[in-house]
Write a protein that binds this ligand. Structure first.
Ligand SMILES: O=C(O)CCC(=O)C(=O)O
Ligand SMILES: [Fe+2]
Length: 275
């Protein structure tokens, strides 16, 4: 596939969700500048700020090596107290994208993460795909460029990652153990998805991606909504009662069948590359 630039991945706010879907399917990502208008952006920022002081079972502070990270479960909070984030999380436009992208039952935007990256000089993450497959609606709350750690990705890698995931899942490998940071060195240079505050990136986490590096004197602030297929994939599935647990358990016959077959056929995992 010819190398893309950021402008190939941009959808204008007044285009239909179909345009986002087409980029999402081809490249694994689309960017919508000005997704939030100035007043909605201001309101979302205000609510994100108050989350910092809110005590609720819905909000969990997570360890984060480059700043602060709050994980919020929307199923456990009071929507009336967070109207701006609720409006964003329930938007028909986003529902149409999610439904068009995945034809399974969805936990649509059931969870979101607010991160504020203030620590400079350290990569936010290295290049990877996520172990838990997620459709992310990732919104910059501040103007974001390479200087303050813009999200980066290698467009078109999601298809081979999907095949890689299927390869391991078929063989009973735990999602927790997926080698999601093991990527070929020649995968290609990632594109920095720079955008003004209010820009939304829509991507499947099967795309190879990473966070950038915040430079001294700068910061990044992001809200990202998580949509996943049901039953929700997890790192530690509940024993006995979940299909994921049986698939990952020692009694899964596929594990032994493929061990035998892979020896005979010398089949190896697909190569992760841009397609
Ligand atoms: O924070 C970033 O830019 C990278 C984020 C990431 O890896 C993710 O949301 O899955
Ligand atoms: Fe990730």
């Amino acid at each position: 596939m010819a190398k893309q630039t950021l402008s190939d991945l941009i959808v204008s706010r007044d285009e239909s969700p179909d345009r986002v879907l087409s980029l999402l399917r081809t490249y694994g990502i689309a960017a919508i500048p000005n997704y939030l208008c100035a007043s909605d952006l201001e309101a979302v920022r205000g609510e994100c700020q108050t989350l910092d002081h809110e005590k609720s079972e819905a909000i969990i502070e997570r360890d984060y090596h480059c700043g602060r990270s709050l994980l919020i479960d929307r199923r456990l909070w009071n929507p009336l107290e967070h109207p701006a984030i609720e409006k964003l999380a329930t938007a028909k436009y986003l529902q149409a994208i999610a439904a068009g992208f995945c034809n399974k039952k969805l936990a649509f935007n059931y969870q979101f993460l607010v991160t504020r990256e203030t620590k400079s000089g350290v990569p936010i993450t290295g290049l990877h795909y996520d172990r838990l497959l997620t459709l992310k609606f990732f919104i910059y709350l501040l103007d974001t460029s390479k200087e303050n750690g813009a999200f980066e990705c290698v467009p078109g890698t999601h298809k081979s990652v999907e095949a890689t995931r299927a390869y391991y899942v078929k063989r009973g490998v735990r999602l927790f153990d997926l080698p999601n940071f093991q990527l070929p060195a020649e995968i290609g240079d990632p594109i920095a998805m720079e955008g003004a505050a209010g820009t939304m990136l829509v991507f499947t986490t099967d795309i190879v991606h990473q966070g950038g590096v915040v430079s001294e004197g700068h910061e990044r602030w992001v809200l990202r909504l998580h949509t996943r297929a049901k039953p929700l994939p997890v790192y530690s599935p509940p024993p006995w009662i979940s299909r994921q647990w049986w698939r990952e358990s020692a009694v899964n016959p596929a594990r032994y069948y493929y061990r035998f077959r892979d020896k005979l056929t010398r089949e190896s995992p697909p190569t992760i590359e841009a397609q």
